[in-house]
Design a protein around this ligand. Structure first.
Ligand code: PMP
Length: 404
């Protein structure tokens, strides 16, 4: 992979921040967008803008055709059996809320149990807490050890005939842990329990094959995969989607509306009420094409090298605690300079042009596990270079001199 050429695809990487060249290490929060994605969106507004699915006029039909091409493209990207199993949402958060809300209406009753894990993003905790409260169901939690790895022995004991769904992250945004999702899915399926995978941090780093994983739902956000904000995906197995009631009511999700009663559309439209964010959806296709043109083998190799290199260099700085030492990690590396608040580290690095994330990363239970207020987190993308990591490490040494 020629990184110099690849970086030219991302105009924002030439920006200066605080008079220093931008070093963007906050990719787990959102990735930068290549020009092809920006052009796909502007092309829509320049040449194609019209509402989808409803018009007989040419522009609307063209927009609809392009929009539905993206569904096909996501189907191929995730290797789902059918394109009707692909639902457009605004992002992972909406995707998980959709499943939690609709699945629970069909399948969860008082006394039932839902399993999540201790290392989830709030987006994969709070929707289930709301459902548990609404349905008088019980939320069970798979704990993780100090390395940031889920305790599968406890998980096995949590699975029982009352368990109605398991919902876990593919990759932790706070610790970088890659969870053994295939094993988690198999163990649940042995008891006929469906599994949702929060793929927000999985999709940017790994080739996903939902048929091979055999997960029942897989959710992700476009914006962490070089696509625009405002578009996300629910993959769901047909048998579940058909049995689940609609999430939102409105246009497009109906067959016929009468005051005596409304009938609902087929999947996936049953779950797609209202005007979608068409330009963002088209941007998602451009991002998928872009990522495919690089290839996941190349992406993974590059990011694994960065993870190992950064971990080694960070520890050499001294007075550093790394949170999460799982055997398999991807994307994110969380640490603290001992005795220093992560905000101070982040603020000083920002003065040097380096964008990292500090805080609880919307995973407060992870912070509670380690009894800390937060961490500093660096996260990688395909355009991250070793030179940027070297600059980050040198800058961190300066920060350490100032603060310790
Ligand atoms: N799950 C995980 C693991 C995440 O990292 C994030 C985003 N930080 C989300 C869910 C929520 O994604 P979004 O804000 O795009 O809906």
């Amino acid at each position: 992979m020629n990184l110099t050429n690849l970086r030219k695809d991302f105009p924002i990487l030439n920006e200066k921040v605080n008079n220093k060249p931008l070093v963007y290490l906050d990719n787990a929060a959102t990735t930068q967008k290549p020009l092809c994605v920006i052009e796909a969106m502007s092309n829509y507004y320049l040449h194609l803008n019209s509402n989808v699915h409803r018009g007989v006029h040419t522009l609307s039909q063209q927009a609809t055709t392009e929009f539905e091409h993206v569904r096909k493209s996501v189907q191929t990207f995730l290797n789902s059996k059918e394109q009707e199993e692909i639902i457009f949402t605004r992002g992972t958060t909406e995707s998980i809320n959709l499943v939690a809300s609709s699945f629970s209406e069909a399948f969860i009753k008082e006394g039932d149990e839902i399993i999540v894990s201790e290392l989830e993003h709030h987006s994969n905790i709070v929707p289930w807490q709301i459902i548990a409260q609404r349905k008088k169901a019980i939320l069970r939690v798979i704990p993780f050890n100090d390395n940031g790895e889920l305790d599968l022995n406890v998980y096995k004991t949590l699975l029982n005939e009352k368990t109605k769904i398991v919902s876990v992250a593919h990759v932790s945004n706070a610790l970088g842990t890659v969870n053994p999702i295939k094993e988690i899915i198999t163990l649940a399926h042995n008891k006929n329990i469906p599994v949702l995978i929060d793929g927000a941090q999985g999709v940017p780093h790994y080739k996903i094959d939902v048929q091979d994983l055999d997960c029942d739902f897989y959710c992700f956000s476009g914006h962490k995969l070089y696509a625009p904000m405002g578009v996300g995906i629910v993959y769901g197995k047909r048998k579940f989607l058909e049995a689940m009631p609609p999430y939102h009511g409105g246009g497009e999700m109906i067959k016929e509306v009468r005051f005596s009663g409304t009938t609902f559309n087929e999947i996936p439209y049953k779950f797609e009420a209202g005007t979608p964010s068409v330009a963002d959806v088209l941007g998602l296709k451009a991002a998928i094409d872009y990522v495919n043109s690089i290839g996941f083998e190349t992406i993974q190799k590059h990011e694994d090298e960065l993870m190992q290199y950064t971990t080694k260099k960070l520890l050499e700085v001294g007075d550093i605690t790394i949170y999460g030492n799982a055997k398999q990690k991807a994307g994110s590396l969380s640490f603290n300079l001992n005795g220093v608040h992560p905000f101070d580290v982040g603020t000083l690095l920002d003065q040097l042009g380096i964008a990292i994330r500090t805080g609880h990363h919307c995973a407060q239970p992870v912070m509670q596990h380690y009894d800390i207020v937060g961490t500093a987190r660096v996260s990688f993308a395909i355009y991250t270079t070793k030179e940027e990591i070297d600059y980050f490490i040198e800058s961190l040494k300066r920060v350490k001199q100032i603060l310790l």
